[in-house]
Design a protein around this ligand. Structure first.
Ligand code: PEP
Length: 251
């Protein structure tokens, strides 16, 4: 059965408790629009407060450490995210890859730790503008994904429940530029083919592939109607309930 469009807000390093009112508004709106699945990844400090407020939306984290506990000052484990009420974690976001030098191998370890803690994962991939200009966008994204996807050996029947992929061209994040619908369709088709080759027709075809990169209420409906786009990962426009739910309603 086709899954509902998945609209995920990444609040990045935005939000104090004053933002809880936005989360409440988003939650109430999501209760009225059950055709979409809505989720928010606030900063760690707001995971538990949002979890307490939310009835309809899922709350998750923007990263996690690959170990369960230990001497890792400033880090948060997947088990801690789950303990705070988190249901998923975004991994491999380009800002983590750039600002914290995260490698595909580290992201794979984090993904496996997240699955062990019972979290769903949203695995990000995407190319830089120079990679796209060099005509290597598709090969780059496929290589990145193959190297960072977790091993699912024991949970084959649940892969499409546990895994979401987010295609986010780096040059489109926070810039106001979006990929063309043709480029989105091409990349999503390539990612779909890769998922089917890795997980088989049944599971590979069911994994949702989100598009991210300057999605706004004004461009959401055409992006969300593009083949193989199963939802959106939204940064800037997820910070107010109005714009975020504008995107959700366009699905
Ligand atoms: C993101 O950072 O995941 C993102 C898509 O940001 P924005 O929507 O602001 O481009």
């Amino acid at each position: 059965m086709p899954k509902r469009p998945y609209i995920v807000g990444n609040w990045k390093m935005h939000g104090t408790r004053a933002m809880l009112s936005e989360a409440r508004t988003i939650d109430r709106a999501a209760q009225r629009h059950m055709k979409v699945e809505v989720a928010i990844a606030p900063p760690y400090t707001l995971i538990h407060p949002v979890h307490r407020e939310a009835e309809q939306i899922a709350v998750g984290a923007q990263d996690c450490h690959h170990e369960e506990s230990g001497a890792h000052t400033g880090d948060i484990s997947a088990a801690m995210v789950a303990d705070a009420g988190g249901k998923f974690v975004i991994l491999g976001h380009s800002e983590r890859r750039q600002n914290h030098s995260e490698t595909d191998a580290q992201i794979k370890l984090k993904a496996e730790a997240a699955l062990n803690a019972g979290l769903r994962i949203i695995l990000c991939c995407g190319e830089s503008d120079s990679t796209r200009e060099a005509g290597r966008a598709v090969s780059h994204v496929k290589k990145q994904l193959k190297a960072s996807l977790p091993d699912f050996a024991d949970t084959a029947e649940e892969i499409s429940e546990k895994l979401t992929v987010a295609y986010e061209p780096i040059w489109a994040i926070g810039t106001g530029k979006t990929a063309t619908l043709e480029d989105i369709a091409e990349m999503h088709a390539e990612i779909r083919a890769l998922l089917v080759s890795l997980y088989g027709e049944e599971q590979g075809a069911e994994v949702r592939i989100l598009y991210g990169g300057s999605v706004k209420p004004e461009n959401a409906s055409e992006i969300l109607a593009t083949a193989e786009v199963g939802g959106a990962l939204v940064g800037g426009a997820s910070l107010t309930a109005d714009s975020f739910m504008g995107i959700a309603l366009a699905a």
